[in-house]
Write a protein of this length. Structure first.
Length: 66
């Protein structure tokens, strides 16, 4: 599962950090949120796929070991 943590560190955390100083009342806030959601969802999809691949590999190894 290190790939899942890696995706989080490389993709999602920097996006979250960029959002921290955002002033919700700023004129650019809506555009920034829109961009953030697109990018964050993309990275979250990669993380979900990495989790599924890791889980499938673990299950495969457990089944083969039986």
């Amino acid at each position: 599962m290190p790939q899942v943590i890696g995706v989080t560190i490389v993709g999602n955390v920097p996006l979250n950090n960029e959002l921290v100083p955002l002033d919700p009342q700023a004129a650019s806030a809506q555009e920034m949120w829109r961009d953030y959601l697109v990018d964050w969802t993309r990275w979250n999809t990669v993380r979900t796929i990495a989790s599924a691949v890791a889980a499938t590999g673990l299950i495969w190894q457990l089944v083969r070991g039986l």
